[in-house]
Design a protein around this ligand. Structure first.
Ligand SMILES: [Mn+2]
Length: 311
C-alpha cells in the first residue's frame, strides 16, 4: 500500500451520553498510532485536530440533543475527509463519538459518486446506531448515525453531504451487534440492513462472518471501516461509554481486521468512542492501536511468507 495516511482528530463528545470521548484522539496518539503505522513502512501525516463548538450538555430539544453542534462538527469533518480523499490520501478519523460517522461517511460516499466507485461500509459496533428521535428517549445522536446516513432524521443532519440519503442500506454491513432496541430492530429490518450480530459470529465464526461481509468487494470498491471501540468485549476494551458484554475477543477482532487488510481495499477509517476518562492506564487505546496495525496489514500469519520487518 503506497497510500498516504492522514490522521484527523475530532475531539468532541457532542453526540454521546457520557463525557470523555473528546479525549480519544490524544489517547490514540499517546498510544503510538502514527509510529506504529510508520514502522510498517506507511506514510503518516497527523493533521492535528479539527475545531468545533463546546459541549453545552443540554437535554434533548424535539427529540435530539445538541443538533446544531453535531451539525457543525460533522460539516467540518465532512469537508476535511472529502479534501483528503480528493487529494488521493487515506483519511483516518480519530473520534470523538460515533455521531461523527455521519460527516466521515457522507464524505466517503460523495467521493465514491465522483469517482464512480462502489462503496462498502463495514460498521463494527455493539449497537446498530439506527435510532431515530421517535424511538429513543435519550436523544443522543451517537446512536443514530447509520439512520441519518440512510436518510432518516432531521434534514439539518441527513443533508450534510448534500445528497439524501448519503448511502444506501445495501452498501452497509454491520458486525458485532448485540444491543438493539425493539423499535430500532424493526427499523433495521424494514430498511434491509445486513447485520452480522454476535449470535451469527458465535454460530458461524469470525472467518465465515468476514467472508460474507466482504463478499463482492473488488478492485473497484472503496472499503470504509467505521470502528466503534465498543465493538470489542469490555474485558478487552473497558474505555468506552457504552460497554456491552459478549463482544468479540481480542483474537476474533484481530482476525476481523486481518481479513479486511487481506482485501487490500481499505480506503478510509473511523476509530470512534474511545473514552480515556473510563479507561485503565490507556489500555483500550493501546488495544485499538494494535487492531489498527492489523487493519493496515500487520499479519500474525506464519504459514507463508512472513512480512519482512526491520530487526
Ligand atoms: Mn457506534
Amino acid at each position: 500500500m503506497n497510500t498516504s495516511i492522514r490522521l484527523i482528530g475530532v475531539p468532541t463528545d457532542i453526540g454521546a451520553g457520557a463525557r470523555g470521548a473528546s479525549m480519544g484522539p490524544e489517547a490514540l496518539r499517546v498510544a503510538g498510532l502514527a509510529a506504529v503505522l510508520e514502522a510498517q513502512g506507511l506514510s503518516v501525516t497527523d493533521l492535528g485536530n479539527l475545531a468545533g463548538p463546546p459541549n453545552p450538555w443540554q437535554p434533548p430539544h424535539d427529540g435530539y440533543r445538541h443538533i446544531d453542534e453535531v451539525r457543525a462538527w460533522n460539516l467540518g469533518l465532512h469537508q476535511a475527509v472529502l479534501a483528503e480523499l480528493r487529494a488521493g490520501h487515506l483519511p483516518l478519523v480519530l473520534g470523538g463519538d460515533h455521531s461523527l460517522g455521519l460527516g466521515s461517511i457522507s464524505a466517503v460516499a460523495t467521493h465514491c459518486r465522483e469517482r464512480h466507485k462502489k462503496l462498502r461500509v463495514l460498521w463494527l459496533d455493539a449497537h446498530a446506531d439506527f435510532n431515530t428521535a421517535a424511538l429513543t428517549p435519550s436523544g443522543n445522536l451517537h446512536g443514530m448515525p447509520v439512520a441519518l446516513l440512510c436518510g432518516l432524521g432531521p434534514p439539518e443532519l441527513t443533508g450534510i453531504g448534500g445528497h439524501v440519503p448519503a448511502v444506501q442500506p445495501a452498501q452497509i454491513r454491520q458486525i458485532g451487534i448485540r444491543s438493539v432496541d425493539a423499535g430500532e430492530k424493526r427499523l433495521v429490518h424494514e430498511h434491509g440492513l445486513e447485520v452480522f450480530d454476535m449470535r451469527y459470529i458465535d454460530e458461524m465464526g469470525m472467518r465465515h462472518t468476514m467472508e460474507q461481509a466482504l463478499a463482492g468487494v473488488d478492485a473497484d470498491t472503496h472499503l470504509h471501516v467505521s470502528f466503534d471501540v465498543d465493538f470489542l468485549d469490555p474485558e478487552v476494551a473497558p474505555g468506552v461509554g457504552t460497554t456491552v458484554r459478549g463482544g468479540p475477543t481480542y483474537r476474533e477482532a484481530q482476525l476481523c481486521m486481518e481479513m479486511i487488510a487481506d482485501t487490500g481495499r481499505l480506503a478510509s477509517l473511523d476509530v470512534m468512542e474511545l473514552n480515556p476518562a473510563l479507561d485503565v492506564r490507556n489500555r483500550t487505546a493501546e488495544v485499538a492501536v494494535d487492531l489498527i496495525e492489523s487493519l493496515f496489514g500487520k499479519s500474525t500469519l506464519m504459514r507463508k511468507q512472513p512480512p519482512t520487518r526491520a530487526p
